[in-house]
Ligand binder design. Structure first.
Ligand code: F6P
Length: 490
């Protein structure tokens, strides 16, 4: 039995593996750790003497001649198994149905949804390839935990395969995005198939009560299913539906903050912007992140408060993402034009109001930037949880030093984190006037109030870690009694 109290082996399936495979200039394979809350959350399970394997798309098509070498390395060194999708299938399943149909739908962006028979078929096929790959290793008693919107058909596919094999397994599914209101979800032509796919699970998890409620509404409207107690009865099994928000590992940020070089970076950022209040934004380049809305709010802020021109700067780090998508390419142009507009209107030779970086920055740089910033501005128009807000909080303490500000979080009411980080200032990103007022309020907040708010949020971020999220979900899946588990782990 593992120190977690689980006797069975765990199989995790997600679109991406925790290690990304790439080819360097010399034609050698490079294996680098993928980023994101999922990887850190489940990465912690490594230390728990738990037998687990992670199944996912390696990100590139691996030629047949290299397959053995790459697969062996992934299995032996990373407990990972690549799910092999050819380039065309990967594009249609990932750029296509996952990111051009489901992603905008789940984020209430109906005008951006495209429905296409080919990409729907590719999604089915890719989920089937995941099932085929996992089934090869399937054993009696396995716990299989499936992640996110790329793999919504996989739970039912695996349930059927396990039944045929007469193997008893338990299946979990976690959705990392919002689940939209039933009137949005039911616009999807393949809604029945998708719901049936997810409902192949024994345990389903969402970040917020709202997403859970929306999912139950869709099950009721589309499939006529009702809750019995806290469970849904589906054909031959019962499904538990949980609210269980992920988090981050705040200790990773604390360790970085303790580094001399990170402290030096914080000092140099504060010096570079000496005399200015710093707002920070960190977002993937994605229309759900509301970056244009944030820039319009800054425009409005300077318009209403001309005395703040020359006193406030926004450092906007924008991480390249899903760059094949035309919508993201157009968004990049729109964002760059807006940055130019604000800088042209309010900047001068010595003062640039918006510092725009279109790149990934290192964890040390990110930590230093968060710590140096007076305010973090999260303006998502919809967001599953939004871990940037957690990361910012993890870099601020209520008993902060004089060198670093207490920190104020401006958080969109449409991000899942708005239901967990109660000390934030809530904003409606669609209302630029209200956002501009909130920016002014954040910049003038008394340190005492800022510290109190930060203390409240910090306690949530410290408690609700990604490691605990993973442990709690797996326990629910395993249906172990809480008392039987070593409580010192939590
Ligand atoms: O749920 C959202 C998510 O899939 C995260 O897990 C991930 O960090 C992010 O979107 C980016 O996704 P990708 O680059 O894999 O498309």
């Amino acid at each position: 039995m593992s120190s977690l109290g689980l006797e069975n082996s765990v199989k995790i399936a997600s679109n991406r593996l925790p290690v990304s495979v790439s080819l360097d200039d010399e034609g050698q394979y490079a294996f680098s750790r993928s980023s994101g809350g999922l990887v850190t959350g489940l990465g912690g399970l490594k230390g728990l003497d738990l037998e687990y394997t992670w199944y996912g798309w390696p990100g590139i098509e691996i030629p047949h001649r290299d397959l053995q070498q790459v697969t062996r390395k992934l299995r032996e060194e990373h407990s990972a198994v690549p799910v092999l999708l050819d380039q065309q299938l990967a594009e249609r399943y990932y750029d296509g149905f996952s990111n051009s149909t489901v992603w905008p739908l789940l984020h209430y962006q109906l005008d951006k949804v495209s429905y296409d028979e080919d990409t729907t078929a590719a999604y089915r096929k890719a989920n089937q390839v995941f099932a085929d790959t996992i089934v090869r290793d399937l054993k009696e008693g396995d716990l299989v935990w499936i992640q996110d919107y790329h793999l919504m058909l996989l739970p039912e596919l695996l349930r059927q395969r396990a039944r045929e094999m007469k193997v008893s397994i338990r299946l979990g599914f976690f959705l990392h995005t919002p689940f939209p209101g039933e009137e949005f979800f039911t616009t999807l032509p393949s809604k029945n198939e998708i719901l049936d796919g997810i409902l192949g699970s024994d345990v389903i998890g969402f970040h917020t009560d709202e997403y859970r409620r929306h999912f139950l509404d869709a099950c009721s409207e589309v499939l006529g299913l009702r809750l019995f107690g806290d469970k849904l009865k589906v054909k031959d099994h019962e499904v538990t539906i949980q609210t269980l928000p992920i988090g981050i590992e705040p200790s990773d940020f604390q360790k970085r903050l303790d580094k001399v070089e990170v402290q030096e970076m914080i000092r140099s950022t504060r010096n570079n912007f000496s005399g200015l209040k710093i707002l920070v934004g960190v977002d993937r380049l994605d229309y759900i992140k509301g970056i244009p809305q944030k820039l319009q709010a800054m425009d409005e802020f300077f318009q209403i408060h001309p005395d703040q021109i020359g006193r406030v700067v926004l450092v906007q780090v924008t991480i390249p993402s899903r760059a094949n998508l035309e919508l993201n390419q157009k968004l990049r142009t729109e964002v760059q034009e807006l940055v130019g507009k604000v800088n042209g209107k309010y900047g001068n030779v010595n003062y640039v109001p918006v510092h725009f970086l279109y790149k990934t920055i290192s964890p040390d740089e990110l930590t230093a930037l968060y710590a140096a910033a007076d305010v973090c501005f999260v303006s998502s128009t919809r967001d599953g949880l939004n871990l940037v807000s957690y990361e910012y909080v993890a870099c601020h303490d209520h008993d902060c030093s004089a060198d670093t500000p207490p920190g104020v979080l401006l958080l969109s009411k449409f991000a899942g984190a708005s239901s967990t980080l109660k000390g934030c200032l809530l904003v409606n990103p669609w209302d630029k006037n209200h956002c501009a007022d909130a920016v002014a309020q954040a910049l003038t907040m008394e340190p005492g109030e800022a510290m109190e708010r930060m203390k409240d949020m910090r306690s949530t971020v410290d408690q609700q870690t990604s490691f605990k999220w993973a442990v709690n979900f797996l326990r629910a899946l395993d249906q172990k009694e809480q008392e039987a588990v070593d409580s010192s782990l939590l």
